[in-house]
Design a protein around this ligand. Structure first.
Ligand SMILES: NC(=O)c1ccc[n+]([C@@H]2O[C@H](COP(=O)([O-])OP(=O)(O)OC[C@H]3O[C@@H](n4cnc5c(N)ncnc54)[C@H](OP(=O)(O)O)[C@@H]3O)[C@@H](O)[C@H]2O)c1
Length: 305
């Protein structure tokens, strides 16, 4: 049977001379993205909150790709001061070709970031918004550079709770995760619109990994016992990395969205993926942008399209 056409890691071209930032690179999908990029000759900054985990990951990548050009970039997206420090450090690199926003947390008990934001919205969206905004001037120095934002199938059916954006009244673990992933989709939509209107050389794209067996379910409790069974049905972490790799390295449509094209976009080779109508709503995207600027105090300075 002919191979179904779609993007896999075998399609990642030589990346020598390029530099990528991968957030949440010590495990799961971020680790696999970093491994492939490094093996193709890229310099990779592993933006992680735990140095020991980052070093273990770098050693593992070097075992698979001897001579890999890797650096640890300290980054805790639950603290805007750390985000700022990471952006300043990354800006000292000669060039950044892509920021791959992959770090994320799913369904923890109610927790708050250093600045008091609910953790899932704070890390998954506001941390991504802040890091990207602070790095845009650096990215703009490299023609064809990209911002990749990782969403999820979970964005479908999600709503942003405008009356309780910071979960002061209600906290539903899964609803907040889904809303944070809808926010990720709205962010790259609005960012790309504003970049185009500004004539920027930077492109913003989105991706999702389908469902991949990673550490993301660490807060799922006894349901984790089903993981060995689930592994038979889900993407591996390596397969879950293909959409991010496509979004970061292949020819892409500005504002495009990439994910597995197998059954219900849960697994398989990567290609153009689908988004809910809510994730493509320009008014919601603009409203979220304004709220994110207000909450973080960080304004990328791009005018509305
Ligand atoms: N796996 C799936 O099926 C699936 C489906 C849809 C979307 N996604 C998305 O894919 C992305 C990667 O997830 P994964 O499945 O690879 O999960 P994972 O194995 O749990 O990896 C998540 C990564 O994010 C990092 N992270 C968490 N909080 C952070 C913070 N405050 N600051 C910096 N880094 C932080 C983690 O670091 P630590 O190890 O230090 O915690 C880890 O490196 C996430 O955005 C997730 O929402 C995954």
């Amino acid at each position: 049977m002919a191979k179904r056409s779609g993007f896999t890691e075998a399609d990642v071209s030589d990346q020598s001379g390029k530099c990528f930032i991968v957030t949440g690179a010590n495990t799961g999908i971020g680790f696999e993205v970093s491994r492939v990029l490094a093996a193709r000759g890229a310099r990779v900054l592993l933006a992680c909150r735990n140095q020991a985990k980052a070093e273990t990951a770098m050693a593992a990548i070097r075992r698979k790709a001897p001579g890999a050009d890797l650096s640890f970039l300290p980054l805790d997206q639950a603290d805007l001061a750390s985000v700022r420090t990471a952006a300043e450090a990354a800006a000292r690199e000669p060039r950044i070709d892509a920021l791959i926003n992959n770090a994320g947390v799913m369904t923890p008990p109610l927790t708050r970031t250093r600045q008091g934001f609910e953790l899932q919205f704070g890390v998954n969206h506001l941390g991504t918004f802040a890091l990207t905004s602070l790095l845009l001037p650096k990215l703009a120095q490299t023609q064809g550079s990209r911002v990749v934002v990782t969403s999820s199938i979970a964005h479908r059916g999600a709503k942003i709770d405008w009356d309780d954006l910071n979960a002061e009244v209600n906290y539903s673990r899964m609803r907040r995760y889904s809303a944070s992933k809808l926010a990720n989709a709205l962010f790259f939509l609005e960012l790309d619109r504003r970049l185009r209107a500004d004539g920027s050389p930077v492109t913003a794209v989105g991706c999702h990994p389908g469902m991949a067996a990673t550490e993301l379910g660490r807060y799922m409790g006894p349901a984790q016992l089903l993981l060995p069974l689930a592994r038979l049905l889900l993407n591996t972490a390596a397969m879950g990395a293909w959409p991010a790799l496509q979004a970061a390295t292949a020819p892409v449509a500005p504002g495009g969205y990439y994910g597995p094209i197998g059954f219900r976009e849960v697994r398989g080779v990567s290609g153009a993926a689908s988004r809910s109508a809510d994730a493509r709503n320009p008014e919601t995207a603009r409203r979220l942008w304004d709220a994110s600027v207000a909450m973080t105090g960080i304004d990328p300075g791009l005018r509305p399209a």
